[in-house]
Design a protein around this ligand. Structure first.
Ligand code: PAF
Length: 295
C-alpha cells in the first residue's frame, strides 16, 4: 500500500456511495485512522479544471472525496438543468485514474428529502445579489443550500472550489464562517486552454466559430488588468471598453466589473486586491471568467 492507502499493484476500483449514512461511515473510519478528508463538490461532466481541484485537494488531506450532483435548485426554469451535460461513466473513469478515494453520488431525493420547494434554504446576503446574482436570481441561494447539505453529509476538513466561480467561492467561504462550520475553504487557480479560455462544462455548447471567439473574454479581462497595473483607476471606463470589445466579438455581455476581491464591493482608494469579473453569452453558452489583480 502507498502512504495514501492505495495498492501499488494496479488500478484500484473507484469506491462509490450514494447515501449520507454510507458517506459518514466511510468518513468515520478514515478519521479513526487519523486521516483528513478533502472534498471537491462537482456537477459532473468533469474536465481538466475539476482534476486540478482534485490534485490540490490531495495536498490538504490524505483522502479525497468528490461528489457529483447536478443541483436543480441552482438553475432557473429557463436555464439548462435538463440539458446540462451528464457523462457519469467518463467521470468515473477520470476519478479512478486521478486516484480519488470516494465518489459520492446522492440522488435528488437524498439531497432534498422533503422536495425542492419545501427545502430549508440558505441565503448569503450582500455577496449573492450582485454580478451573476443579478442575472441569475436565486442561483447562489441554490448553490449555498446544496453545498451546505453536501457538507453536512460528507463532513470534510477542507473543501476546494475553483477561481473561475469566484463569487461562488466567496459566498461559500462566508457561509462556512457565518455558520461556524469547521471546514477550510480553498481556492484553486483557474485552468485554461492554451488560448486562454477557462475550462467549463458549458464550453461544449459553443459552435466552432463561437469557440474561436471565446478567448476574447479572457482577453478583455487581461486588457483591464494591464490598465490597472499601469495605474488606471477609471473603473467605469475600463468596464465600458471591455463591454464594447466583447460585443464586437459577438458576445452578449451580462456584466464586466472591477471589484474589491475581498467582498465584491466597489473598490476604495485603499483597495489593493482587485478582481475583474465578467459574464457574457456566446450563442447557447453563458461564460464567466475573472482575474485577480494586486495593485
Ligand atoms: O461549481 C459547481 O460545480 C456547483 O455550483 C457546485 C459547487 C458543485 C454546487 O452545485
Amino acid at each position: 500500500m502507498t502512504a495514501a492507502g492505495r495498492n501499488d499493484g494496479g488500478p484500484v476500483p473507484l469506491r462509490e456511495v450514494s447515501t449520507p449514512a454510507e458517506a459518514r461511515a466511510w468518513r468515520s473510519e478514515r478519521r479513526e485512522a487519523g486521516e483528513r478528508i478533502a472534498f471537491v463538490p462537482t456537477m459532473g461532466n468533469l474536465h481538466r479544471g475539476h482534476l486540478s481541484l482534485v490534485r490540490l485537494a490531495r495536498e490538504y488531506a490524505e483522502r479525497v472525496v468528490v461528489s457529483i450532483f447536478v443541483n436543480p435548485t441552482q438553475f432557473a426554469e429557463d436555464e439548462d438543468y435538463g440539458a446540462y451535460p451528464r457523462t457519469p461513466e467518463d467521470d468515473r473513469e477520470l476519478l479512478r485514474e486521478a486516484g480519488v478515494d470516494l465518489l459520492f453520488t446522492p440522488s435528488a431525493e437524498t439531497v432534498y428529502p422533503f422536495g425542492e420547494t419545501a427545502a430549508t434554504r440558505l441565503h448569503v446576503p450582500g455577496l449573492s445579489e450582485d454580478l451573476c446574482g443579478r442575472f441569475r436570481p436565486g442561483h447562489f441561494d441554490g448553490v449555498a443550500t446544496v453545498v451546505c447539505r453536501l457538507f453536512c453529509m460528507v463532513m470534510p476538513d477542507v473543501a476546494v472550489f475553483g477561481q473561475k466561480d469566484y463569487q461562488q467561492f466567496l459566498i461559500i467561504r462566508r457561509m462556512t464562517r457565518d455558520l461556524s462550520m469547521p471546514i477550510g475553504i480553498v481556492l484553486a487557480p483557474t485552468v485554461r486552454e492554451d488560448d486562454g479560455l477557462a475550462f467549463s462544462s458549458r464550453n461544449r455548447y459553443l459552435s466552432e466559430a463561437e469557440r474561436r471567439a471565446a478567448p476574447e473574454l479572457h482577453g478583455a479581462l487581461g486588457e483591464i488588468r494591464e490598465s490597472l497595473l499601469t495605474g488606471d483607476r477609471d473603473y467605469a471606463a475600463l468596464e465600458e471598453r471591455a463591454l464594447a470589445r466583447l460585443a464586437v466579438a459577438g458576445f452578449e455581455p451580462d456584466y464586466v466589473g472591477v471589484r474589491d476581491a475581498r467582498d465584491l464591493r466597489a473598490p476604495s482608494a485603499q483597495t489593493r486586491e482587485l478582481v475583474v469579473l465578467a459574464a457574457a453569452r456566446l450563442g447557447r453558452a453563458r461564460l464567466i471568467d475573472n482575474l485577480l489583480v494586486r495593485v
